[in-house]
Write a protein that binds this ligand. Structure first.
Ligand SMILES: [Zn+2]
Length: 203
């Protein structure tokens, strides 16, 4: 049995199905959104569809830091005012926004696009670790801040990177506790983030 009442037309049920795939959208919300879109003027619905396509077609990963961007290198890597001797390693592009909001960091970033999770079959090769290593081997970087999330996966990733990077003679640090365990950087408030950055621990 379907988890939600099957709408009467095939295009509509297809839309419900696609919306239901989105994170945080359950069957009921998917249905509500689909019916909302059905009543939306054609122009607005087209704008939404085109925005989704544009994201897929125009947004690429920055060849240096792997952040999402529509211009390579990205805004941060292009910015001559930023401190190029320090790289802050984060799990997701949204973590950069959180750190930028805090205003406490003026170095460069590196986005891993995930965290190690053997249970889900995510190993080092699935993350942008090779890209990080080649950046560091290029020289000029003195410090790496491991700003993965304070979750089991984030901690495991930080530990892995710590072992990997230790022989390179860089200053390694980890964001201070104060970030609640099991949470995500993305949801941390500015004060917590500033404290976590200032109190980063040498590894
Ligand atoms: Zn970049």
């Amino acid at each position: 049995m379907a988890p939600y009442p099957v709408p009467t037309s095939e295009p509509l049920s297809r839309l419900v199905e696609e919306l239901n795939r989105l994170p945080g959208i359950g069957p009921k919300t998917a249905q509500r959104l689909a019916y909302y879109l059905l009543r939306t003027p054609g122009q607005q619905a087209r704008a939404l569809a085109e925005a989704i396509l544009a994201v897929k077609e125009k947004v690429v990963l920055c060849s240096r830091c792997q952040n999402i961007t529509d211009q390579d290198p990205c805004l941060f890597c292009r910015d001559e005012m930023r401190d190029r001797s320090i790289i802050c390693v984060v799990e997701e592009p949204l973590d950069i926004l959180a750190l930028e909001r805090s205003g406490a960091y003026r170095g460069l970033y590196h986005v891993l696009h995930g965290a190690l999770s053997p249970m889900d079959g995510i190993g080092p090769d699935h993350l942008k670790i090779r890209e990080l290593l080649s950046r560091l081997q290029g020289g000029g970087v003195k410090e790496v801040i491991l700003a993965t999330n304070p979750s089991l996966e984030g901690e495991a990733t930080a530990l892995y990177l710590q072992r990997l990077l230790s022989p390179m003679g860089l200053r390694l640090s980890r964001l201070a506790r104060g970030l609640p365990m099991g949470s995500s950087l993305e949801y941390a408030d500015d004060v917590t983030l500033v404290r976590a950055l200032e109190g980063r621990q040498p590894l």
